[in-house]
Design a protein around this ligand. Sequence first.
Ligand SMILES: [Zn+2]
Length: 210
Amino acid sequence: MEFIQAKHYRKGRKSKVDTLVLHYFSVVSIDKNNPFNLPVIKDWLANGVPDNGTVVKVSTHYLIGRDGDVIQFVDEKDTAWHAGVSNLNGRAINGSCNDFSIGIELVGGQWVAFTDKQYESLIGLTKGIIKRNPEITKETIVGHEEIAVGRKIDPGKMFDWVKYFNGVFEESQPLTATPIPLFPKVSNITSGQDSTIIEKLKNLLKRMLK
Ligand SMILES: [Zn+2]
C-alpha cells in the first residue's frame, strides 16, 4: 500500500478510536471533465486543498481510487483532519469526531456509482481496521453526512451500505469437510463400529496391494 505522509494532521490521539467515517472525494470543483484525477486528488490530500490563495488543511487516513488502489496518508494512531465540525450522537472532542475516528475517502461523487473494485478494497481495508481497532462496530461505521448533518452529503446516495456491510460482516462460513464417500462419515461412527471400519480398511488395503 502506498503511503504519502499528509502535511496537515496531529500526532497521536486524544481518545480511543471507535469510529470509522466514510467520505467521497473528487476535484470536480476545478475540473468537471476529469473529476477523478488521481494525481491532483493525492496532492490535495497530502498538502491541503487550495482555496482562493489559501490552503484548507484537510487530510484522511486512507484514499481509495476508482481502480481500488489504496493510498494511506496518516497513520491510524495519528489524528487526520477529515471530519471537520461534527458529532456522533452528540459526542465530539473539540467540536469534531476526528480524535476518535479513522477516515476513508472514496474517489467518487453524487453522480456516479462507486466501482466494484472500490467496494472490494473498502471491505478488505475495513476488516483490517476493525481488527486493529476492535471498538469500531457496525453502529460506529458512519457516513460523513451522518456526523455533519446538513453540512455534508458524502458518501451520499450512490454509496451502497447494504453491499458494504454484507461484505464486512458476512457470516464466516464454517469449513465443512466433505468426506470421501468410500468410507463411512466420521460423524456416523458409533462406538463399537470402529473395529468394523478398521477391518474394512485392512481388506481394502489387501485388495489394493494384491
Ligand atoms: Zn467528507
